[in-house]
Design a protein around this ligand. Structure first.
Ligand code: NAP
Length: 280
């Protein structure tokens, strides 16, 4: 049993708390608003919750789970209250801007990112088993303490998530492809459909929308604040992916305009095959 702290009791922080308590760990939560702490206790996401970071003293491990833009300021607020052997980790969806700053701040720090989420936010969205079978990336550097890595790895094991390692830079480039680009592509689909000027056609398209549109629009219809943070904090990698995406889209558009149906089908076959290598 470890004594674990969670700072930022929302979707990810609350979901971590629910599963870690279920595995027998003692969980104390800190959030900005007192009512969030009360809801987290009532929901069973934490054993104890407070807005005062003093409750984070004498813990084995602390997860930083506020919105990306607040991770550094929240870390600065809490580190004076940690015991010197407490391991600190975060769950932020971008790592290159965060890891170097946090490892300077706390010697027992290791960056992390659970690849799991839903479209909702806040403590009410927290749920059990969110991380089961999902990839969970740790982003240690040459400066990372190996015991800190082991402690976080043990907890990832308890969550039944799939542990992977990557450098912060490689992590950010990879998640730009599979997480940040899809948000922009999917949001573009929704925005373009909303801009259809023929109102009866737009209304009919909404009525006819079924599972295909539901799947392709899901990530674009998620938390706008989180999407903006991903773009803001991972802009270089996201820009690289968007430029490649636009070039590929232009190529497919040209094939349609030129009625190159063989060429188009060959590209769609290549897309199908590539998807099968990712999801065999
Ligand atoms: P969220 O549901 O909005 O939760 C964040 C919580 O942090 C809020 O409920 C808020 O609670 C609390 N908070 C805000 N400012 C705070 C502060 N200054 N000090 C302490 N608590 C504060 O967001 P989330 O989706 O869980 O995301 C949290 C982190 O997880 C982000 O770094 C994100 O990159 C990462 N992440 C998200 C996903 C996803 O799909 N959502 C997936 C993987 C990783 P109160 O203000 O009510 O106290």
């Amino acid at each position: 049993m470890l004594r674990i702290g969670i700072v930022g009791l929302g979707l990810i922080g609350g979901s971590l708390g629910i599963d870690l308590r279920a595995k027998g760990h003692y969980v104390v939560g800190v959030s900005r608003r007192a009512e969030t702490c009360e809801r987290a206790i009532a929901k069973g996401a934490v054993d104890w919750g407070s807005t005062d970071p003093k409750v984070l003293s004498a813990l084995d491990l602390v997860f930083l789970c506020p919105p990306i833009g607040s991770v550094l300021s929240v870390a600065l607020d809490i580190v004076p209250h940690l015991s010197k052997d407490t391991v600190l980790t975060d769950v932020a969806s971008v790592k290159e801007e965060i890891v170097p700053a946090l490892e300077k701040l706390w010697p027992q720090y290791v960056g992390g990112h659970p690849m799991a989420g839903t479209a909702e936010a806040g403590i009410e969205a927290a749920r059990s088993q969110l991380f089961v079978n999902a990839p969970y990336v740790l982003t240690p550097t040459l400066h990372t303490d190996s015991e800190a890595i082991d402690r976080v790895a043990q907890i990832i094991n308890d969550l039944e998530a799939k542990l992977l390692y990557a450098t912060p830079a490689d992590h950010d480039r990879a998640v730009a492809w599979i997480s940040h680009l899809p948000v922009i592509v999917s949001a573009t689909l929704l925005l373009a459909n909303a801009q259809e000027v023929d109102e009866p056609i737009r209304t009919l398209s909404q009525r006819l929308a079924s599972s295909g549109f539901y799947d392709t629009s899901r990530v674009g219809g998620g938390n706008p604040e989180l999407g903006r943070m991903m773009a803001e904090y991972n802009r270089a990698a996201l820009r690289h992916c968007l430029i490649q995406y636009r070039a590929t889209l232009d190529h497919l558009l040209r094939q349609i305009e030129q009625e190159d149906w063989e060429g188009l089908q060959a590209n769609l076959s290549a897309a199908q095959n590539y998807r099968q290598t990712i999801y065999p």
